[in-house]
Design a protein around this ligand. Structure first.
Ligand SMILES: NC(=O)c1ccc[n+]([C@@H]2O[C@H](COP(=O)([O-])OP(=O)(O)OC[C@H]3O[C@@H](n4cnc5c(N)ncnc54)[C@H](O)[C@@H]3O)[C@@H](O)[C@H]2O)c1
Ligand SMILES: C[N+](C)(C)CC=O
Length: 489
């Protein structure tokens, strides 16, 4: 089996130490690929390549329209190789190929969106309050960007960083999750094919505590953009303080989905499932906290249980499969313990609550879609991000109580409200402390709208205009048109 390599300074190279890592299919634990395993010295080499390319200016100073064209070309290549990319993503993560195909379309859309933005805004003229002067603002690239991504949406999360960084004229070093590097490797091949100059894009493959830590701490990195867990985010924030790097953090969520009794019942049940069981709940914005008006609790839970027990688990490559496995044995154990703790805290398992019996699923990291009732905000299972196919159910009697429960979290990534009463929905939305709130829908995101968290769900916003601005420095340029001595001294 060929060993997949890292990409440094325009060349595909094996790691300095020669170590390798096996990439495993979480559906059956079969070997999918072998990749080179980078270490700190590889990260340093990649940072130096990005630094040199930035300082030479052969990307940052070319006309923005040329950058725009090349970022468009990357989108076209992703569309050309959509099926191959989708299959790689499913082999690596276990998610259904149908979901992966949707991801690839979203990813191509992200590159197109930022390609369009690259040459649209040349800055602004300011009305100077000083006579005989001009004042203007221009945007420049930040410099060398370190980009660290998680395993749950490997290429989607990478695209939210790669596309705006390139559009804005930066150079970069990306480190995907060591568990799921395959689509990132492939997209670096496509970016090379699109003609991105050597040194502008660099890819290192390896663990977070060495390679990722080097990117976060290096004085030659100007910005670190991280998507992943809250504890890692805190470590990166500390490391980034070494040279006061620009910092963007997209962290976890424990997202409420508030359902009022006047909501369309079928839709709310259906969407409560979509909120949490896509990709086996391994979604930062999964609606894992169902908060239902108490008058409909029993009917709602019964309807949910009826449907949840029919979710078809299996191989993501099988058209009939609705939910794949969890990412790894470690993560499966974490979800098992999370539910067991919930039971000890007093939660009741309405459906699921363990591994499936099906002999065909025994080699994969499967966990049954699970509904826990009788939950309260003081429980760990309600407060902690389990990152599995597990939904907790709480009830409320009044609108104020619903909002209080929804906001009772250290996180603030996203939330949903289901009601026919638009005024009530707007009142709730205004009080919900989250970066994204959906009314009568769940889990929607698109390149035009910003994405990010309140509270401990992160710092900054990806996507939208703000997604480009994260990769830009703003410079004010003042010019005195009638210079003469001031004679203050
Ligand atoms: N807010 C969002 O948009 C968003 C999107 C996707 C995932 N997430 C979050 O990601 C988490 C799941 O992903 P994960 O388990 O891969 O997260 P993780 O924090 O374990 O790892 C994420 C990345 O950080 C690297 N890393 C680990 N330790 C590091 C260190 N000390 N320094 C630098 N890098 C380090 C890892 O190698 C990986 O590439 C969940 O909490 C989820 O909510 C958030
Ligand atoms: C940001 N999103 C929803 C695409 C993936 C979160 O894990």
């Amino acid at each position: 089996m060929n060993i997949k390599k890292q990409f440094i300074g325009g060349s595909w190279v094996t790691s300095h130490a020669g170590a390798t890592r096996d990439i495993i299919n979480p559906y059956n634990q079969e070997l999918v690929a072998k990749v080179t395993e980078s270490d700190e010295s590889d990260a340093k080499a990649a940072i130096m390549a990005a630094r040199k390319a930035f300082d030479q200016g052969n990307w940052s100073t070319i006309p923005a329209i040329e950058r725009s064209k090349m970022v468009h070309d990357i989108a076209d290549l992703i569309t050309r190789d959509r099926e191959e990319l989708a299959e790689l993503e499913s082999l690596d993560t276990g998610k259904t190929v149908e979901e992966s195909r949707g991801d690839m379309d979203d990813i191509a859309g992200v590159f197109r969106y930022f390609a369009e933005m690259a040459d649209k805004d040349g800055g602004a003229i300011i009305e100077s309050p000083i006579p005989h002067s001009t004042s203007r603002v221009v945007c420049e690239p930040v410099g060398v960007c370190g980009q660290i991504t998680p395993w749950n949406y490997p290429l989607l999360q990478a695209s939210w960083k790669l596309a705006p960084a390139l559009a804005a004229g930066n150079t970069l070093v990306m480190k995907p999750s060591e568990i799921t590097p395959l689509t990132s490797i492939k997209v670096f091949e496509l970016m090379e094919e699109a003609g991105i100059p050597a040194g502008v894009i660099n890819l290192v493959l390896g663990p977070g505590d060495s390679v990722g830590a080097e990117l976060s701490a290096s004085d030659d990195v100007d910005l670190i953009s991280f998507t992943g867990g809250i504890e890692t985010g805190k470590r990166i924030m500390q490391a980034a303080s070494s040279n006061v790097k620009n910092l963007a953090l997209e962290l976890g969520g424990k997202n409420p989905n508030v359902v009022f009794a006047d909501a369309d019942f079928e839709t709310a049940v259906d969407q409560a499932m979509n909120a949490v069981f896509f990709h086996a709940g391994q979604i930062c914005s999964a609606g894992t906290r169902l908060i239902i008006e108490e008058t409909i609790h029993d009917d709602f839970v019964n309807a949910l249980v009826d449907r949840v027990q029919n979710i078809k688990l299996g191989n993501g490559f099988d058209e009939a499969t609705q939910m794949g496995p969890l990412i790894s044995a470690d993560h499966l154990n974490k979800v098992i313990n999370y539910v067991e703790n919930g039971k000890k805290e007093g939660a009741t398992v309405a459906v699921g609550g363990g591994r499936p019996d099906d002999p065909e699923l025994q080699h994969g990291f499967f966990y049954l879609p699970t509904v826990l009732t009788g939950c309260t905000t003081d429980m760990g299972v309600v407060q902690d991000e389990g990152f599995g196919p597990v939904i907790t159910v709480e009830t409320f009697a009044t609108e104020d109580e619903a909002i209080r429960l929804a906001n009772d979290s250290i996180y603030g990534l996203s939330g949903g409200v289901f009601t026919h009463d638009i005024a009530k929905a707007e009142r709730c939305v205004a009080k919900m402390r989250m970066g994204t709130v959906w009314i009568n829908d769940v889990n929607l995101y698109f390149p035009q709208a910003p994405w990010g968290g309140y509270k401990q769900s992160g710092i900054g916003r990806e996507l939208g205009k703000t997604g480009l601005e994260e990769y830009q420095e703003t410079k004010h340029i003042f010019q005195n048109l009638k210079p003469e001595p001031v004679k203050w001294f």
